[in-house]
Structures are given as structure tokens and as C-alpha cells.
Ligand binder design. Structure first.
Ligand code: R1P
Ligand code: URA
Length: 316
């Protein structure tokens, strides 16, 4: 595959470098997941799918699909007659960044993006419950802290950094809460704030004697920093952050620093991407319980239906 334009590489067909999609292949409404197997299970909910005769682990024959050389899987079809896409992105903040930017580059007009992932729970939400975070912050390992003598580092800084909270689109959050509660029962649906971590291990407070992580107090620090912290996962913050940084064509001029050299996202009252997220609790971090496969199989299609119902209910 040969690419042109080092600034934003695309091949001769107009396919993006990592996600591998081009104009016309992605809908304005996108459900994004981490796991490609989850994407395929959710694709069975789309219009016109022959559920009886679709072989397991296979994208239904009537849907568009594209698997990129970097592990992204895009599936496009319709739900209740409205065009929608599902994109599996893998894991971590970089993958979310590739996905949001490359999808935005090949779709015209406003977009709605909802992430449906899995998470660890710091609240009373238990395995199989759904959390719908109305905001998210980033938890990053402070790499400098680990560069020399830990006692010296401890005197001047903390081992983990927390960013400011970025908000989800309030209408998407409310719609997800309503539709999730309708399908799963109110008692299984939780609101709150998400913490997106740059590791599944150290910056999510997991104890690992093979490394110096200085994270024994991390849960306490997170809840002290943001008392509404309910979930820990690895992508949502970037989605909310990029939605807030997204521009429309008429606003693109703002992206150039103004006379005072300042670019302020607060000057935007409207963005080209609106985003929300929800996540299944896989790990209950207070009791140390981990979800069983059967429970994932029960919750995934129900919660997936609630996400699709929400995606098509939101006006572009
Ligand atoms: C870690 O196991 C992965 O699971 C969560 C985390 O964010 C991370 O990507 O989400 P997904 O189930 O969407 O991958
Ligand atoms: N995904 C995460 O990132 N953390 C968990 O604990 C479970 C799923």
C-alpha cells in the first residue's frame, strides 16, 4: 500500500493509513468498541441480517466490512433504517486517537460517536452492570518520577498525574441512561465519572511485584481528586477530549492561533463530533470479582441494543 501526504497519509484510493477507510464507507453515527468479537456480535443487531445462517465470528454477508492491516475492523449497515457503523479499535489512548481523527477525515457533516467498552469498577456497580460516564479524566504514570531515586521524587511530585475532567455530550448521556435502564433495569445502570488510564496495570492500581509502581494509594488519590470516580478503562477520555476539540468547517479558522497566539476550545460553542460512552463492569476492584463469559454474552447484546437505540435517537 503506497501512501501520499506525510501530514495525513492516505493511499491512492483515499484510504487512511491505520483505520483503512475511505469516503462513503463510514456512517455519521458510529458505535466504537475495543474487541473485534464484540463488534461482530453487535453487527447481528443491524437491519436485514440473517441471524440463523450467519456463521459464528463472521460479519453478516449483507453488511460492508473492512479489516485494516493495523487491526481496526469497520462494519457499516443500518439500524431501524438509519445508517450506522461499528468500529473495533483495539486498546489504548493512541488507538482511540487514530480512530477519531481518521474517521473524522472521511465523513462529511456532523458525527455522533458512542463507545461501548468494558471497565473496572471503583463504586458499588458490580460485574455485568453498565456505567454511563458523564465525564472522564486521564490518569497518567508520571514517568519522570521513576527516573531516579524514588525518595527524592516523592518529595517533589506524585507518581501519577490526573488531567481535568472532559464532559460527554449531555443529551447522549441522558439518552444512554434512559435506554440502558429500560433494557437492563435501573438498578444495573450507573452514572458517574470515568478515569482513563495509560496502563491496565500500574495506573489502574493493580499490584505487580515485578515492577516499581508506587500505586498502593492510587484508588484513594483518584476518589479524593474526583469523588464521582466510578470506572477505570483505557480510551474514553480521548474520545471526550477530541469531541471537545473538534471543529466544523466554519470554525476551522479558529484552529489557527489568533493574534494573541492563543487557541481556545472554549470559543467553540458547537463541535463537529458529539460523543458519549458506556461500559460493562468486567472487574469489580473493591471485591476483586471478575465477570464470567456467560454474563458477558447475556449483557452485550442488550446493552448494544440500547446503544444503537440511542445512536439513532440523537439528531445529527
Ligand atoms: C483492557 O482489557 C481493555 O478493556 C477495556 C479497556 O478500555 C481496554 O481497552 O475496553 P474494551 O473492552 O473496549 O477493550
Ligand atoms: N478494562 C480495563 O481497562 N480495566 C478493567 O479493570 C477491566 C476492563
Amino acid at each position: 500500500m503506497s501512501m501520499t501526504n506525510a501530514n495525513f497519509p492516505m493511499d491512492a484510493e483515499g484510504r487512511t493509513y491505520h483505520v483503512g477507510i475511505k469516503h462513503g464507507e463510514l456512517a455519521n453515527r458510529v458505535l466504537t468498541v475495543g474487541d473485534p468479537a464484540r463488534a461482530i456480535i453487535l453487527s447481528l443487531l443491524l437491519d436485514g441480517v440473517d441471524r440463523e445462517n450467519t456463521p459464528p465470528k463472521t460479519v453478516p454477508a449483507n453488511l460492508f466490512s473492512y479489516s485494516s492491516h493495523r487491526g481496526f475492523l469497520t462494519i457499516t449497515g443500518a439500524y431501524k433504517g438509519v445508517p450506522v457503523s461499528i468500529v473495533a479499535i483495539g486498546m489504548g489512548v493512541s488507538m482511540m486517537d487514530f480512530f477519531v481523527r481518521e474517521c473524522r477525515a472521511v465523513v462529511d457533516g456532523p458525527m455522533v460517536i458512542i463507545r461501548f467498552g468494558s471497565c473496572g469498577s471503583l463504586s458499588d456497580a458490580t460485574v455485568g452492570d453498565i456505567c454511563v460516564p458523564f465525564g472522564s479524566y486521564l490518569v497518567q504514570r508520571n514517568y519522570d518520577y521513576f527516573s531516579g531515586d524514588i525518595a527524592t521524587a516523592a518529595a517533589t511530585s506524585k507518581p501519577y498525574h490526573m488531567s481535568k475532567v472532559f464532559e460527554a455530550d449531555p443529551e447522549i448521556t441522558q439518552t444512554l441512561m434512559k435506554n440502558m435502564s429500560g433494557l437492563l433495569g435501573k438498578e444495573h445502570v450507573w452514572s458517574g465519572i470515568n478515569a482513563t488510564a495509560d496502563s491496565f496495570y500500574s495506573s489502574q492500581g493493580r499490584q505487580d511485584n515485578n515492577f516499581v509502581d508506587v500505586n498502593q494509594e492510587l484508588f484513594t488519590d483518584l476518589v479524593e481528586y474526583e469523588p464521582n470516580t466510578t470506572t477505570l478503562e483505557m480510551e474514553t477520555f480521548i474520545l471526550y477530549h477530541l469531541a471537545k476539540s473538534s471543529t466544523t468547517a466554519s470554525m476551522a479558522a479558529w484552529a489557527t492561533p489568533q493574534e494573541d497566539g492563543v487557541v481556545s476550545t472554549h470559543k467553540y460553542d458547537k463541535h463537529s463530533i458529539r460523543a458519549g460512552a458506556c461500559m460493562m463492569v468486567f472487574a469489580q476492584r473493591k471485591t476483586n470479582a471478575f465477570i464470567a463469559k456467560g454474563e458477558v454474552a447475556r449483557v452485550e447484546p442488550l446493552a448494544g441494543k440500547a446503544v444503537f437505540d440511542s445512536l439513532v435517537e440523537i439528531a445529527l
